[in-house]
Design a protein around this ligand. Structure first.
Ligand code: CA
Length: 226
């Protein structure tokens, strides 16, 4: 079941949306002001956020700006009919869509389904391991939500390891994957790049994720407890 956070201070709209989404099988949690909405959204257990703009506490645009520091949850803004600037600002700040009040429930449901589909497609193009998230089309890696700047080779090396989570890859396999079959050189280049990767990851997390298997190669797995 999808969980939706509804941040809306007008009780009639909030009740109506909660009821209708409930009928469609969504679980709805309500917040009536911006600060409460942000707090709940940051807990991260929602599949989608419906965010009104005119809110007490923090306005919706400010909630969105703060939320986007470390969350990619889909956000649909609820805007007043003529608030063109709000729509533009909201999309600029990373809202996925907006819907103009007053809206029909059919339109809202269609927007929700569309945003959830888009999110699912994006997630399918991601690799995840522990705190690592690699977005292949966007060529980005985050560790616990914080961006990691990798060179092209480092990225390819990490991708090979993430695609083979738990499987030990030899230096030769990694050479082939990252430098290509034609590369003639020392396989200790792999060791050098593994060191670079480990150092960068270590700046973001204490967890050791890339293990050395002596005489064999490298594997992405959590270090076993001593
Ligand atoms: Ca409002």
């Amino acid at each position: 079941m999808h969980r939706i956070l509804l941040v809306e201070d007008e009780p009639n709209i909030a009740r109506f949306v909660e009821l209708e989404l409930g009928h469609e099988g969504y679980e709805v949690v309500k917040a009536a002001d911006g600060r409460e909405g942000l707090r709940l959204a940051e807990e991260g257990s929602f599949d989608l956020v419906l965010l009104d703009i005119m809110l007490p506490g923090l306005n919706g645009l400010e909630v969105l700006r703060r939320l986007r520091r470390d969350s990619a949850v889909p956000v649909i803004m609820l805007t007043a009919r003529d608030a063109v600037m709000d729509k533009v600002s909201g999309l600029d700040m990373g809202a996925d869509d907006y819907i103009t009040k007053p809206f029909s429930i059919e339109e809202l449901l269609a927007r929700i389904r569309s945003a959830l589909r888009k999110q699912k497609r994006q997630e399918e193009q991601q690799l995840r391991f522990g705190p690592l998230v690699m977005d292949i089309p966007r060529h980005t890696v985050t560790v616990s939500g914080e961006g990691l700047e990798l060179t092209g080779r480092e990225f390819s090396l990490l991708q090979a390891l993430m695609e083979n989570e738990g499987i030990v890859l030899s230096r030769e396999t990694l050479m082939d994957r990252v430098w290509g079959y034609d590369y003639v050189g020392e396989t200790n280049l792999v060791d050098v790049y593994i060191r670079y990767l480990r150092a960068k990851i270590a700046e973001r997390t204490d967890r050791r994720l890339i293990q050395t298997v002596r005489g064999v190669g490298y594997v992405l797995r959590e270090e076993e407890a001593p």
